[in-house]
Structures are given as structure tokens and as C-alpha cells.
Design a protein. Structure first.
Length: 469
């Protein structure tokens, strides 16, 4: 995926260079080095304690040049670039920006959701909120409207427009099945729904042609309520994705299809198994194929937790992430009572418990774990907050703060083959979060965000000043 995009960018740069060089309007001597914008001075960040995505480096100095980490120097190094802008983050903690490998954008407005909201303005609104909360890369995993490619191309190289966006386009679902068009508000359904293996290959080729970064599929009968995707259809989808040099990620809920998908070459299990405990066959399939597993613990909890009014509902860190209409809904006693009485709430509590137990089992078994939340798919899956809640829930599955942060940075980037980020090491993107309290001591300290840097620029912060539009 990176190879395709990097090659395309190089080609565009080459074409732009040729056009400029050959254009008569610019005159024979117009295109010189002097016309190129001057490279901004390097930036030296001093005195912060840095967790680089895998190790606590203690207090080090970061040298940033051209949007990348150029060097990690020991404190007091006397050979730092003299022309650098120097920033003192004494007493602060720096960790890599979070990489959300399962999110959605442009799908909500107030308490409503659906593909009618998929506009550039709504996508940018979500990307900015993710970024303000420290999420600097977002993989929008399906249900992206027809404008996805244009919006992605327009926003993904400008860090001032929010987290860097990657995505799956519409994705591949089952005819009349998941994702449920009516429940998800898909009036102009962007999801391809092939009925045969040949149609699945055509759909994947069309999405690859349109420039998607990944192929998403849904394999879920929604508790027996929806027709399944036939195995020959999902096998063809995965195989064709690989022929197109793309990863395949699947929405699942139940163990049986998840096991067969992994055995069929799936790269990313994009939700946790929630119908039963994972068994040795699934663990073995994951370990043999090295597929990644993203639990999205937060999604089932989000179905009921806000109706319970936990004391943290009133914290500014959450409240500031909510549109006014959502705050009003969550304060409504009738909505709260109806939500808690809903039989789905009982199922959601059980699903979270199963998801936590399975994630714990897979962690102990050494399975490859990625980070995602499904934030942005529905109004209760709150961009930015969802990621911090997911990290906190990971503590209940036995992760240490350091392990959870490694999953959400280094491992999630690697799972998406984004080997230019996820670690604060020389040559990688300077995407990082500056926080006031030690997140390795308590993962909730990651909420004390003072600044967010993306591609070597300070783009957001402090989070306490952020207000959802
Ligand atoms: Zn999703």
C-alpha cells in the first residue's frame, strides 16, 4: 500500500517538475533553486522524557527536520544545529501519536448518523477532533462515501486539517446483510455487496482502482438476523485484495467466521470475538498467519455506559468532545431509562466481558494486537475520547500502560504497513503527543495533553481548550 502511494507521489512530483521546467509562461530562467520555498529551520525539543513507542528513553533531545525525527540526542549534546528553533518541554512526557487502525469519519451529525453526512467539512471536523485528542493517523474502515478518494487526497498532506486520513472506501458487504444499510443510515449505500466470487473480485478491483488504502469486509450475521457473506465471496475478496497489494480487514463478531477468515489469509480481524471464548484453533490460526487482532473493546460499552452516568461522564475531557445534541440526549432521564432497559444492553455487557477475556487470552498467547475503536461510526463512539477509553479498558485485559501504548503506536502502524511512523526514531514522521503527567505510570495521564505535533508541526493543544463543534 505504501509502495503504491509513494510511487504515485514521486510520479506526481516528477510531472510537476517537468511541467514547471517546460512551461513557457514561467520563462527560461524562472525555475531555479531560488524559487523553492526555503526549508524551515530544524526544531530541537529539549528536556522532555520520551517514550519512543517501545522504550522509555528517559530525558532526551529530539531534533526534527523536514517533518521527520532527524536525531534522538542525549541531553546536553553540544553538536545540535545552531540555527534550530529550540523548545523546552521540561517536566513533560512525549509519546508517539496514536494510530487508530479502525475508525470512521464523516458519518455523524449530532445524535444522527448516516452516509448523508459524508462531506469534506464533516470529515475534517472528525479528523481535527481525533488530532486534538492525540490520534495522528486514522484508518477509516469502510462506509466512506463516493467522495472518499478526493477528500483523502485533499486533506491527507495538510496536518492543519487534522489526523492523517487513510481509508477503505465503501468496503465489501453481503447483499441485504452487514453492514445493515437501514440501521447505518446508508441511503446511497457506498458498500459494494457482491453475490458471487467473480463479482467480489470486480468490486475489489474497482475499489483498488479508486485508490483505497485497504479492503474492508463485513462477515457477520448480526446474531442470525442478516444473511451471511458466503465463504467463496470472502475468500475471493481477500485473495483479490492481496493481488492488488492491499491488506484485507474484516468486521466480525463471532468466533467461527473469524477463524475461517484468518485461515483464508485475512490480515486484520477488525473487532474482537464476542460470542464465545477464543479456542486453540483460532489462536493457532492467528499465530500461523501473523494476522492482527483489533479488539475495539469500547464499542459494546458505549452502548450503555453513558446512560449509567459514571462520574467521569462530567469530566471536561469527555464533555468537550461531545456535540451539544449528544450531551442533551445523555442527560435525558427517559433516554437513560430506555437505554438501560433495552435487552441489547444486557447483551452488550456480556459482549464486553467476552471481548476482554479473549483479548487477555490472545495477549498471553503472543498474538499480534492492533489498536482501533470504531470511533466515528455512531455518535456514542466519540472520536478522540474513545481511544483513551480503549487504552484504559486494555488495562482490564492485563496490559501495562507501556504495552498498551506500544500497541496503539508502533504495533498499529506496523499492522497497517505504515513503517514511516509509530516510533519516535530517526527517519520516522515527527507525530507525537506532549503530556503533563506520566502515562507509563497511569494510562489516564495520557489525557493531560498539552500539545499535539504532526509531521513536525505543532498542530493542536492543549486539549483542555478543545470544544466539539
Ligand atoms: Zn467499523
Amino acid at each position: 500500500m505504501l509502495r503504491r502511494r509513494a510511487a504515485g507521489a514521486l510520479m506526481l512530483a516528477a510531472i510537476a517538475g517537468l511541467t514547471a521546467a517546460c512551461s513557457p509562461a514561467t520563462g527560461p530562467s524562472a525555475t531555479t533553486q531560488a524559487d523553492a520555498p526555503p526549508s524551515p529551520p530544524p526544531i530541537v525539543i529539549e528536556h522532555a522524557r520520551v517514550f519512543d513507542g517501545e522504550r522509555d528513553l528517559g530525558e532526551v533531545t529530539l531534533v526534527i527536520r523536514d517533518g521527520l525525527i532527524a536525531r534522538v540526542a542525549q541531553p546536553g549534546a553540544d553538536d545540535l544545529p545552531a540555527e534550530a528553533e529550540r523548545i523546552d518541554y521540561r517536566g513533560r512526557f512525549i509519546v508517539p501519536g496514536l494510530v487508530n487502525a479502525h475508525a470512521h469519519v464523516g458519518n455523524t451529525e449530532g445524535t444522527a448518523h448516516g452516509d448523508r453526512f459524508y462531506t469534506r467539512a464533516h470529515v475534517v471536523r472528525d479528523l481535527r477532533q481525533f488530532q486534538a485528542y492525540g490520534v495522528t493517523t486514522v484508518m477509516s474502515l469502510g462506509m466512506n462515501g463516493a467522495a472518499f478518494g478526493d477528500i483523502r487526497n485533499a486533506v491527507s498532506s495538510d496536518p492543519s486539517l487534522g489526523a492523517q486520513l487513510l481509508g477503505a472506501g465503501g468496503g465489501i458487504g453481503a447483499p441485504g446483510g452487514a453492514p445493515p444499510a437501514a440501521n447505518m443510515g446508508l441511503t446511497h449505500d457506498p458498500v459494494a455487496r457482491p453475490a458471487t466470487a467473480a463479482a467480489a473480485r470486480d468490486a475489489v478491483r474497482a475499489q483498488a482502482e479508486s485508490g483505497v488504502d485497504i479492503v474492508k469486509l463485513w462477515v457477520d450475521t448480526l446474531g442470525g438476523q442478516a444473511p451471511p457473506m458466503a465463504p467463496e465471496v470472502y475468500r475471493a475478496t481477500i485473495d483479490e485484495a492481496h493481488r492488488q497489494k492491499l491488506l484485507a480487514a474484516a468486521h466480525i463478531h463471532d468466533l467461527a467466521p473469524a477463524t475461517d477468515l484468518v485461515a483464508s489469509g485475512l490480515d486484520i480481524v477488525a473487532h474482537g470475538v464476542r460470542d464465545r471464548p477464543v479456542d486453540p484453533a483460532f489462536v493457532a490460526a492467528l499465530r500461523t498467519s501473523n494476522a492482527g487482532y483489533i479488539a475495539t473493546l469500547q464499542i459494546d460499552e458505549a452502548n450503555y455506559i453513558y446512560a449509567e452516568h459514571p462520574e467521569w461522564l462530567e469530566t471536561p475531557f469527555l464533555r468537550n468532545a461531545l456535540p451539544e445534541a449528544v450531551r442533551a440526549q445523555w442527560s435525558d432521564p427517559q433516554w437513560r431509562a430506555d437505554t438501560l432497559r433495552d435487552p441489547q444492553t444486557t447483551k452488550a455487557r456480556a459482549a464486553l466481558a467476552t471481548n476482554l477475556r479473549n483479548l487477555s487470552t490472545l495477549r498471553e498467547a503472543g498474538a499480534r494486537i492492533g489498536f482501533g475503536t470504531d470511533a466515528g461510526a455512531l455518535p456514542r463512539r466519540v472520536p478522540g475520547f474513545a481511544e483513551h477509553r480503549e487504552l484504559e479498558l486494555m488495562m482490564q485485559a492485563g496490559f501495562s500502560p507501556q504495552q498498551a501504548l506500544t500497541v496503539a503506536t508502533r504495533d498499529s502502524a506496523h499492522l497497517l504497513r505504515l513503517d514511516d511512523r509509530g516510533l519516535l526514531q530517526p527517519g520516522r514522521r515527527a507525530d507525537f503527543i506532549v503530556v503533563a503527567a506520566d502515562p507509563l505510570a497511569d494510562i489516564r495521564n495520557l489525557r493531560t495533553i498539552e500539545a499535539v505535533w504532526q509531521a513536525g508541526r505543532k498542530v493542536a493543544g492543549p486539549v483542555a481548550e478543545y470544544r466539539a463543534p
